[in-house]
Design a protein around this ligand. Structure first.
Ligand SMILES: [Zn+2]
Length: 209
């Protein structure tokens, strides 16, 4: 069973400690370092040059892993990465799958699919892409999922529960419930922003009547 661990980050917490064993098989021999990237887009604003300025936050997790499991985790994490390029690529995959579903359930007969020629590339890419995303979620032994939008907390998914336990023990302070407790829904900043915007539009709608 995979486990999700919330880790507090920031000046008040020591650097994240990694168990000296493979997160997948637990071996302690011939380990190598692997780096996974965790990013988030903080804001996107138009700038004076007419383009867009993007502010983002990036964190690199540098952990021990055995060479056998390093490759698949590296590939899987690259597919799941929260970077602008990967967001775009995943978006293309999803669009491709929507096309594929439209084709399969649409009126066109299967025998005539080859007539579409290069147009078939997008649905095929979508199916392969989404299949690889599903593979990645299963295959990754250590997946930095995201920054918590409301706190200085990151979420990491470990495939193996014993490793997750070792990780928690090594980072007791940073993973303690008291330091990583999720913000209750009514305290989440985004929720209140949405409510204020909705109320504003309702108010405007009344004025316009
Ligand atoms: Zn291993």
């Amino acid at each position: 069973m995979s486990q999700l661990v919330r880790v507090a980050i920031g000046e008040n917490f020591p650097e994240i400690q990694w168990p000296a064993c493979c997160p997948e098989c637990g071996t302690t021999k011939s380990l190598i370092r692997n780096t996974s990237r965790l990013g988030k887009v903080k804001s996107i604003r138009p700038n004076l040059q007419g383009g867009l300025t993007m502010k983002s936050e990036v964190m690199y997790l540098n952990y021990w892993i055995c060479p056998q499991h390093a490759a698949e985790t590296r590939w899987a994490n690259r597919l799941l990465e929260k970077s602008p390029v990967m967001h775009l690529i995943r978006f293309i995959f999803y669009v491709g799958v929507v096309f594929a579903i439209g084709l399969i359930f649409g009126p066109r007969r299967l025998e005539t699919f080859p007539d579409l020629g290069p147009l078939l590339a997008l649905p095929l890419l979508g199916i392969l892409g989404v299949a690889s995303l599903i593979w990645a979620r299963i295959a990754t032994s250590l997946w930095p999922i995201r920054f918590d939008p409301d706190q200085d907390v990151i979420e990491i998914q470990f495939r193996q529960a014993p490793y997750a336990t070792r990780f928690r023990v090594m980072n007791r302070e940073a993973t303690s419930a008291q330091n990583t407790e999720e913000t209750p829904w009514y305290k989440r900043a985004l929720l209140w922003k949405v409510i204020v915007i909705v109320l504003f539009f309702m108010f405007m709608a009344r004025l316009m009547k």
